[in-house]
Design a protein around this ligand. Structure first.
Ligand code: PGA
Length: 239
């Protein structure tokens, strides 16, 4: 595992975009499969990727993406959907073929079969080349929350009251926070060939310290990254 510390969020974000760009450029003729997160942490990286694309330094026309998670149920055009987040912050501003964009469908009638077909689509794509993730203050990755057990494949996660409370700031009221989410499982994430984790902000100090101790536990889903042999962590959190 490679861990790099940056003095500022901006520098960390530039480096994250540089890593993503270099991986995409290293596979110019074939379809590159990129896993993507939402949240505040990747915003700087997305801004840098848009910049590279606009200046002709990076081509997304042969990139396929798979997003980590989505609320359920939620309409695509809901201001809080991860679908809208991704189009507002990345997809709407780069030359990606929209047919190559995959986000768990918050509008699916049958959430269970949506999860199965999402996992199948990842497999059919040839697998994720580079999976970019953030980390929650409680160690969650996507909606894989600390629990007695974790699930390997894309599945329906029931939001804890704690998570609903934490996320209600984005909605008009806590009642409007969806009860569930569709999320890649820890197995879907760990099957990626490479993983890039971004850790930003003071609220991540404690969990990052715990992560660095290296003990693997379902009480800290991020700790399972220690089982993967190609993980890069970029952090602006001083320990
Ligand atoms: P954040 O979210 O980037 O908004 O901190 C990360 C996460 O909860 O996984």
């Amino acid at each position: 595992m490679e861990i790099k510390y940056f003095e500022s969020y901006e520098k960390m974000s530039e480096q994250a975009a540089e890593i993503v760009a270099n991986e995409i450029k290293a596979k110019p003729t074939k379809n590159f499969v990129l896993g993507l997160p939402t949240g505040s942490t990747p915003l700087g990286m997305y801004a840098n990727l848009i910049e590279k694309n606009k200046s002709g330094l990076l081509d997304f026309s042969k990139v396929t993406t798979f997003n980590l998670d989505e609320y359920y149920p939620i309409k695509h055009d809901n201001s809080q959907s991860y679908y809208k987040f991704m189009f507002d912050n990345l997809f709407g501003s780069i030359n990606i073929n929209h047919e190559n964009i995959n986000i768990p469908d918050g509008e699916a009638v049958d959430a269970g079969s949506e999860c199965e077909s999402y996992e199948e689509k990842i497999k059919k794509s040839g697998g994720i080349d580079l999976m970019v993730i953030g980390i929650g203050p409680n160690g969650h990755i996507g909606f894989n929350e600390p629990d007695n057990f974790l699930l390997p494949d894309t599945h329906i996660a029931v939001l804890t009251e704690e998570t609903k409370e934490a996320n209600k700031r984005f909605f008009d009221s806590v009642e409007q926070v969806p009860d569930k989410a569709l999320t890649m499982g820890m197995g879907s994430i760990l099957k990626a060939k490479k993983i890039l984790m971004l850790v930003s902000g003071k609220s991540k100090t404690e969990i990052f310290k715990k992560f660095l101790q290296g003990e693997i536990s379902t009480s800290n889903p991020s700790s399972f990254l220690h089982l993967h042999n190609d993980v890069t962590v970029l952090s602006d959190v001083g320990i």
